[in-house]
Design a binder for this molecule. Structure first.
Ligand code: V47
Length: 376
């Protein structure tokens, strides 16, 4: 039975979704502007269930940010995390030993992934990053290390005086398993320039991910929404990611990131609404036809919205986290940790089937304190 859309511009998009035809830039604009959010969510859910059935994924992970000292601290207007130097209030740098101690604690709690990003530190030598990865891999070889945004990789290439490819290869060899999707912000050059002048361009961000994919390092992608970007900027961002994925194929998950204004230089802007959050989840599911997974990142959209997001295109709710800085320093009211049982309860209540995954979406099986990856 065909649904009744209150916005008839969704009719031809519905036909395309049913016949698995790629959506155009104009379709993306309509999806962002349509007053029929339920209709947009219905369409996204078709793609979500086609790709991932009734499953909703989560993982047991820990965020450990090695430093927030950042040479770009004055450039990124959306950031409440960065500090000028270690003397500034709220700044930190973790030694390899401190990092290891935090990671060990998480591993004892059953985490399968460490997610780590940091500022572009002016003095930490390249060797610090290699030692960090090597030490963790030695101590916890079964744990997946998802480290360093493309922007950090660019910084590391600069301080090591290596090419991007050689930098990635050295990090991979030291233990890097995949890269998170941060640093993408918004690709459209005029808007990007206004919110983070001097940060790597869209072209460089995309090229670094392509090079990582060629070396067998998969990655995620993000888009920061809810600041000064236009709907054209959002559609442009999604299409650039889709085109890159056509070429390189190494993106795993797309994570729309809801801007949190508190303590940032964009603090006059309002927080995103539930409608905007759900729409970004749904439109990304529809436009990114070649991305296997879309995440409702509960840290940023809240647990309640993430739960609803599972019926608006998302098939993943992120993980247990333990300690999160980037969003909480910008005023997030969500908790910093949630138990696996609570995640499972929320997923079941949303009518989905919870599956614990590792970073690459292999199912995790647990027996007592032990876990292993289910053979495909
Ligand atoms: O690049 C910074 C964003 C990103 C704010 O790949 C902010 O699995 C909202 O990318 N309000 C880093 N967002 C986080 C990130 C991420 C998170 C979870 C999972 C993964 C993954 C990646 O956070 C930054 C920037 O776009 N950000 N400040 C803020 N005030």
């Amino acid at each position: 039975m065909r649904p009744q859309f209150s916005d008839n511009r969704l009719e031809p998009i519905h036909d395309k979704v049913l016949s698995e035809e790629r959506l155009s830039f104009d379709d993306g604009q309509i999806l962002y502007e349509s007053p029929d959010l339920i209709g947009v969510g219905y369409l996204a859910n078709i793609v979500r269930e086609r790709k991932n059935g009734n499953t909703a994924y989560f993982n047991m992970n820990q965020h450990i940010d090695y430093t927030n000292v950042c040479i770009l601290h004055a450039r990124c207007h959306f950031c409440a995390f960065a500090r000028k130097d270690i003397e500034t209030e709220g700044a930190w740098e973790l030694s390899v030993d401190d990092f290891l101690a935090k990671a060990m604690y998480s591993i004892e709690q059953g985490c399968t992934e460490i997610h780590s990003v940091g500022g572009h530190h002016p003095n930490l030598p390249f060797d610090y990053y290699l030692r960090l990865l090597r030490t963790l891999k030695e101590q916890m070889p079964q744990v997946h290390l998802k480290f360093f945004t493309a922007s950090e990789i660019h910084h590391l290439a600069r301080i090591s005086k290596l090419s991007i490819k050689d930098t990635l290869e050295a990090l991979h060899e030291a233990g890097l398993d995949s890269m998170p999707g941060g640093g993408a912000e918004i690709f459209a050059p005029e808007t990007r320039d206004k919110i983070c002048r001097g940060k790597i361009s869209a072209e460089v961000w995309l090229d670094i991910h392509c090079q990582a994919h060629e070396l067998g390092i998969p990655s995620n992608a993000t888009m920061l929404y809810g600041h000064i970007e236009t709907t054209e900027d959002r559609v442009d961002h999604l299409i650039r990611l889709r085109e890159t994925q056509d070429k390189s194929g190494g993106f795993i998950t797309f994570i729309p990131l809801a801007f949190h204004p508190e303590n940032t230089r964009l603090g006059h802007l309002p927080s995103t609404s539930g409608i905007t959050d759900l729409r970004n989840i749904a439109v990304s599911r529809l436009m990114l036809d070649n991305f296997p997974h879309i995440r409702a990142y509960w840290i940023m959209v809240g647990l309640k919205m993430a739960q609803i997001g599972l019926n608006f295109g998302a098939d993943d709710i992120h993980g247990t986290v333990t300690e999160e800085k980037i969003t909480h320093m910008a005023g997030a009211k969500t908790p910093q940790v949630i138990t696996a049982d609570e995640i499972k309860r929320l997923i079941c209540e949303a009518g989905r089937v919870p599956v614990e995954r590792d970073t690459l979406y292999n199912e995790i099986i647990r027996k007592g304190n032990k876990w292993y990856r289910k053979a495909a």
